[in-house]
Design a protein around this ligand. Structure first.
Ligand code: FAD
Length: 404
């Protein structure tokens, strides 16, 4: 019987496990996950910060779900080494596990910048359920927080801490918020919306050190300014968990390098999700983890049966009262692109469409996200929009009416 072993119990891991169990009911499927719970939804973690929600309420799959599908799960078990030449894994307790095909779905971890004082009490990152519970407990004992990083996750977390009754300041290094998804004008409109909700936002500032004795009390910026805050949340990016792959001699760049079959440089070892790098891209989003996991699973069952060609980027900010969706090459610009923009800071609305040779390649929809699905389909289909250019200039034109 073929044994498929999956390292990682996140969305990529369980999606692949489910796909393999469905396609090859006779195969053995084993999921080994370091966290001691069944699969839970990471995008819902911030809900814990401002509510009394029990951590179990975030579980999306029960242990019975795995059992009913014939999937063996070892939750709370960490893989410490891969031995590709003998098709074996070593678990942290020393036990060995053999595999015929292996999937690395070890995801990512939050990047901790080398600021002085990051090891003080009250300094956190938000990646896991355990992080969320620890932040919530600490937040109940303080009245102010600093969020370092004004990207998507930083802003969602800042809003949750604000909802929990804290005074919250966001510190962003770039000149405007969400620099990976928004242009300066979009950042300006978003900042105005978030300030109206009660967040304090400083952009263009570089943190140098966390202040305080044993407990965090604020930060010192590179220009010497000090900003007070008793809880410091670092939201400064994600790094793929590549150590197992690197130590096993697999090709690793920013992530574990995979080909179009999602196979790594070692035969019988595949990778999917935040740990995988395809075509120089580590996506870091759930739609990519889902697509990659399904394709990796197909190839694990029957090598060469499916190919991956990349995922259309799609990110959305999940903050009550602030709608924002960024699609495709949201920041595309320069002489080769045609930009159609509309901005209304008062109303909190910004729309930016980027066209290349009359085809939509990227979009930012802030304040009014109706039409997002249509736009995403247009990016994927590459439909020529020459006939609609005039209407697209009109902010009241309903994007949903475009046929894709
Ligand atoms: C707060 C938050 C909100 C987010 N919101 C969104 C959103 O709205 N939309 C979106 O698209 N994306 C969002 N993301 C990103 C999204 O969660 C990730 O893209 C997704 O979780 C990647 O899935 P994955 O399975 O590759 O990795 P992960 O979810 O990181 O899972 C990997 C698992 O592998 C385990 N593991 C690691 N090493 C080992 C080992 N050696 N042995 C055993 N197990 C191991 C880890 O413990 C972990 O449980 C969010 C992320 C966070 C943190």
């Amino acid at each position: 019987m073929t044994r498929h072993v999956i390292v990682g119990n996140g969305i990529a891991g369980i999606t692949a496990a489910r796909s393999i169990a469905k396609a090859a009911p006779e195969a053995e499927v084993v999921v080994v996950g370091a966290e001691p719970y069944p699969y839970y939804q990471r995008p819902r973690l911030w809900e814990l910060l401002s509510t009394d929600l029990a951590p179990e309420e975030l579980y999306f799959r029960s242990l019975g779900w795995y059992a009913q599908r014939g999937i063996q799960v070892q939750a709370g078990s960490k893989v410490s080494e891969i031995l590709p030449s003998s098709h074996q894994l070593k678990l942290a307790g020393g036990a060995m596990l053999t595999y015929d095909r292996l999937l690395l779905a070890t995801g990512g971890r939050a990047f901790v910048p080398p600021f002085a004082g990051v090891d003080k009490d009250g300094v956190f990152v938000l990646r896991s359920l355990a992080d969320a519970v620890a932040i919530r407990e600490y937040a109940r004992r303080v009245s102010s927080a600093l969020v370092i990083g004004g990207g998507l996750l930083g802003l969602e977390t800042a809003r949750a801490l604000l909802a929990g009754g804290l005074e919250v300041t966001v510190l962003e290094f770039a000149p405007h918020l969400m620099p990976r998804q928004l242009d300066p004008e979009g950042g300006r409109v978003l900042q105005a919306r978030l300030e109206a909700l009660g967040l304090r936002i400083l952009t263009g500032v570089a943190t140098e050190a966390i202040l305080g004795d044993e407990r965090a009390a604020g930060v010192r910026l590179q220009d010497g300014q000090e900003v007070a805050g008793e809880l410091v949340l670092l939201s400064t990016g994600i790094r793929s968990r590549v150590e197992l792959a690197r130590q096993a001699g697999l090709e690793v760049n920013r992530g574990v390098v995979v080909n179009a079959e999602l196979c790594t440089s070692a035969p019988d070892i595949y990778a999917a999700g935040d740990v995988a790098e395809f075509d120089s891209v580590v996506y870091g989003i759930i739609p990519a983890a889902l697509e990659q996991a399904r394709i990796a699973a197909q190839n694990m069952v029957a090598a060469g049966s499916a190919t991956y060609s990349g995922t259309t980027m799609s990110t959305s900010l999940k903050i009550v009262d602030v709608e924002l969706i960024c699609l495709g090459e949201a920041l595309a610009g320069g002489p080769a692109f045609e930009l159609i923009r509309h901005s209304d800071v008062e109303a909190g609305i910004y729309r930016r469409l980027a066209l290349h040779e009359s085809k939509l390649v990227g979009a930012i929809l802030l304040g009014d996200t109706s039409g997002a699905r249509t736009l995403k389909r247009l990016i994927v289909s590459g439909r020529d929009l020459t006939a609609y250019k005039e209407q697209l200039q009109d902010q009241s034109f309903e994007l949903e009416t475009l046929s894709t």
